[in-house]
Design a protein around this ligand. Structure first.
Ligand code: PMT
Length: 401
């Protein structure tokens, strides 16, 4: 990838992996990027600032002789200039400072002020990486959208074996390129996704549900977030990892989903409904555990749930784009076409959930994107890849209306 003219700030903290960061600078320079290095005082104990200065052809910012007044000017300038802010290696100390908003040196001050995407490459002793405090800090940072690569497992500088080794410079540079390549074609758009399974309670300990993991909905939410959308997810029960940097509204039943959607949908530009919603719920929800009846069957009466997608379709705002999913086991396209019309959707993503690698609780999917204009078949691919195709198709629809 050609990075000519791209501005990258690299923070180097005090760990033995600091020497590997010299290679990150030279690789980025080789691709044409302009690299600005900020070193903590401890980092300068491992590698001389002169190394980074020579490789980056820019003045290296350190705390060694800097007075706090100097930080005020410099940290704002570099924080604003950065298109990507990388910290490699990132020690437990800098992660802790970032998680808590501590700004007591040039690097922590600058990273706190930046609005650029932040990529950290943690490197530390396994015990420090697995310490509860570090785990909590990492969780906080990920929830705020801070990106992380590694650490890798192996023999560490201290002789211990386990997770804590900084990712290789080549992988870090690839990740920087990936971040810079991200299209921002959903910037300014509000996008709502539903994900996961509804739960319909029978009694305090039992419920009716399905196998949806949330993977498909979350893949769409992450792709839209990375393409600049302001994303909200209304999620039922999920087993997939909750993505970072996305507003989440948890719900339980189809009725809860209906209530949340009625509140959130009017303000959205795009709504994508990947949740697996139960069509029926127990007619009666017992407040005490249902007891076993010895001998004979237990009959359950079910009553219909609201069709959320249909209700949203009936209240569709001008210019709004509505996308539904259809989980089918037979007559896939015919059934999906009928849902497209009945629910007033602009597109329906039909997946045959009987096919290996498609549907519930797998990382891949096979689908057909069905619109009024026709059908585009999507062969086996990751849910993230399919999510990107769905977003591309939405842009096509948007350009038509
Ligand atoms: O979460 P994963 O494990 O990744 O699995 C992904 C998935 C299989 C759940 C997903 O790809 C999918 O197909 N989601 C839709 C499942 C479904 O409920 O399909 P349906 O054909 O029953 O419903 C059609 C559409 O109407 C869906 O957009 C659904 O959200 C919506 N619906 C359905 C019933 C109902 N009462 N209200 C609704 O809004």
């Amino acid at each position: 990838m050609d990075l000519t003219g791209r501005e990258i700030v690299l923070g180097v903290t005090g760990g033995i992996a600091a020497y590997k960061s010299a290679e990150i600078v030279s690789r980025l320079r080789h691709l044409g990027a302009n690299v600005h290095v900020i070193m903590t005082k401890n980092a300068t104990e491992f590698v001389s600032p002169l190394t980074f200065q020579t490789l980056s052809a820019n003045q290296v910012v350190t705390d060694t002789f800097a007075a706090p007044e100097y930080w005020n000017v410099e940290h704002v300038a570099l924080a604003k200039l950065a298109e990507v802010f990388v910290i490699a290696p990132a020690t437990a100390n800098i992660l802790a400072k970032m998680a808590n908003g501590i700004a007591d040196d040039m690097l922590s001050t600058t990273v706190l002020a930046t609005k650029a995407p932040i990529l950290t490459a943690p490197a530390m002793n396994t015990g420090m990486w697995t310490a509860e405090a570090t785990e909590q800090n990492v969780k906080t940072l990920k929830e705020r959208g801070v990106l992380m690569i590694g650490p890798e497992s192996g023999i560490l500088a201290c002789g211990d074996e386990g997770a804590g080794r900084m990712s290789e410079p080549e992988a870090i540079v690839e990740e920087i390129c990936r971040i810079l390549k991200r299209k921002q074609d959903f910037a300014g758009k509000k996008l709502l996704v539903t994900a996961g399974a509804t739960r319909e309670r029978l009694d305090p300990v039992r419920f009716i549900t399905n196998d949806s993991s949330g993977k498909m909905g979350f893949a769409i939410a992450e792709a839209a977030r990375d393409r600049g959308a302001e994303v909200t997810v209304i999620r039922g029960s999920v087993t997939a990892e909750i993505p970072a940097g996305i507003r989440m509204i948890p719900v339980e039943s189809a009725q809860d989903l209906y209530d949340a959607m009625m509140k959130e949908a009017p303000g959205q530009d795009i709504i994508i409904q990947a949740a697996a919603v139960s069509d029926y719920r127990p007619a009666e929800q017992k407040d005490k555990k249902i007891k076993k009846v010895n001998g004979g069957n237990l009959m359950l009466e079910l009553t219909e749930n609201p069709d959320v997608a249909k209700a949203i379709g009936e209240k569709k705002k001008p210019g709004q784009i509505l996308v539904g999913f259809a989980a089918e086991t037979d007559n896939v396209e015919k059934n999906a076409q009928s849902k497209l019309k009945k629910k007033n959707l602009d597109m329906i993503v039909a997946n045959d959930v009987t096919k290996p690698g498609a549907g519930f609780n797998v990382d891949t999917n096979i689908a057909a994107l069905i619109t009024a204009d026709g059908i585009v078949e999507q062969p086996l691919q990751t849910k993230r890849q399919l999510a990107e195709k769905i977003l591309d198709k939405i842009l096509e629809i948007r350009n038509r209306i």
